[in-house]
Design a protein around this ligand. Structure first.
Ligand SMILES: [Zn+2]
Ligand SMILES: [Zn+2]
Ligand SMILES: [Zn+2]
Ligand SMILES: [Zn+2]
Ligand SMILES: [Zn+2]
Ligand SMILES: [Zn+2]
Ligand SMILES: [Zn+2]
Ligand SMILES: [Zn+2]
Length: 256
C-alpha cells in the first residue's frame, strides 16, 4: 500500500521479490487484460476466470502479446508495460520479456524467449535449440537426432487433446515423430501401452542401440531396463523411470 500517493517512495529494485503473485507466478505486478479491460495477476488467472463464466460467449483467452498496461503490486500504480515500476522503482519481474509482456520473479526456471517460437520457455536457452521444421524448441540431444514432422508441435496431445506448442507441461517426441505430453506418455506406459496413439507405431524403435537409450533421458520412459539381462523390455510395467529433462521445454509457466 502506498501511504501517501503524492510522495513517491523509491524502493530498491529487489524490494518485495517473490512476495507477490498468484498460484502461477511470483511477480510484482498485475496485468490489465486488453480483451475485457479487467485486471488479473496473470493470463492463466484471466483464462481460468473467463472459462468459468456462465455464458459461453464470454469465454475467451488473453493474448499475451497485446497486454499494454500493468499495475505495480507494490505501489498500485498503473502504467505501460516495463520491467521497472515508474513510480516506486521495483523490478516488477526479475525475469521480464517485453515481447510476451511476461514477468516472473522465479528465475531458477531459467526462462528464455525464443524468437522463432515467439514465446518464452523455461529450461535454459543453452539446453535447447529451435527446430524450424517441427516449429518448436527441443532439447539439444535431439539435434540431428529426431524425426522431423512438419509443425509437429502445432498439434494436440493425442491423449488429453491439449494444444502442445504452448502447453505448460513437458512434451516428448515419439520415435515416429509424433508428439505427446510426457505425463500422458507416462500414463500410457503405466497401462502397458507402448504404441503411438496416432499411428500405432511402436513408440520405441526396438532395433535401436540400447546404449543410446542410456544417454537420452527423454526416451527413458520406454527404456525399462531388465535388471537380469540388462536389455530393455517394453512389456514390463514396474516402476517407470521419470526423465528429469523435458524433451521439449514447456512454455514459461510453472510446473504443477
Ligand atoms: Zn479478457
Ligand atoms: Zn495466475
Ligand atoms: Zn511500484
Ligand atoms: Zn517472451
Ligand atoms: Zn523455439
Ligand atoms: Zn524437427
Ligand atoms: Zn496430454
Ligand atoms: Zn505416431
Amino acid at each position: 500500500m502506498a501511504d501517501d500517493s503524492l510522495a513517491i517512495e523509491r524502493k530498491d529494485e529487489d524490494f518485495g521479490k517473490c512476495k507477490y503473485g498468484c498460484e502461477h507466478y511470483r511477480r510484482r505486478c498485475r496485468i490489465r487484460a486488453p480483451c475485457c479491460n479487467q485486471v488479473f495477476t496473470c493470463r492463466h488467472c484471466h483464462n481460468e476466470a473467463t472459462s468459468s463464466l456462465s455464458n459461453p460467449k464470454d469465454h475467451h483467452e488473453l493474448v499475451r502479446h497485446e497486454v499494454k498496461q500493468v499495475i505495480c503490486a507494490v505501489c498500485d500504480t498503473e502504467q505501460e508495460v516495463a520491467r521497472v515500476c515508474s513510480n516506486c522503482g521495483v523490478n516488477m519481474g526479475e525475469y521480464f520479456c517485453s515481447i510476451c509482456k511476461f514477468y516472473d520473479d522465479e528465475t531458477a526456471k531459467q526462462q528464455f524467449h525464443c524468437d522463432e517460437c515467439g514465446i518464452c520457455r523455461v529450461g535454459g536457452r543453452e539446453n535447447f535449440f529451435h527446430c524450424p521444421t517441427c516449429g518448436s524448441c527441443y532439447t539439444i540431444s535431439l539435434r540431428d537426432n529426431h524425426l522431423c514432422v512438419e509443425n509437429s508441435m502445432k498439434g494436440h496431445c493425442p491423449v488429453c487433446y491439449e494444444y502442445l506448442f504452448d502447453s505448460v507441461k513437458g512434451t516428448s517426441i515419439l520415435k515416429c515423430g509424433h508428439t505427446i505430453h510426457m505425463d500422458c506418455l507416462r500414463e500410457m506406459a503405466m497401462q502397458n501401452q507402448y504404441r503411438c496413439p496416432l499411428c500405432s507405431k511402436a513408440a520405441v524403435n526396438m532395433s535401436d542401440n540400447w546404449r543410446m537409450l542410456d544417454d537420452e533421458a527423454p526416451f527413458h520412459i520406454f527404456g525399462l531396463k531388465c535388471s537380469h539381462c540388462r536389455s530393455y523390455n517394453t512389456r514390463r510395467i514396474s516402476a517407470v523411470e521419470q526423465p528429469d529433462v523435458a524433451t521439449v521445454p514447456s512454455e514459461e509457466e510453472h510446473e504443477d
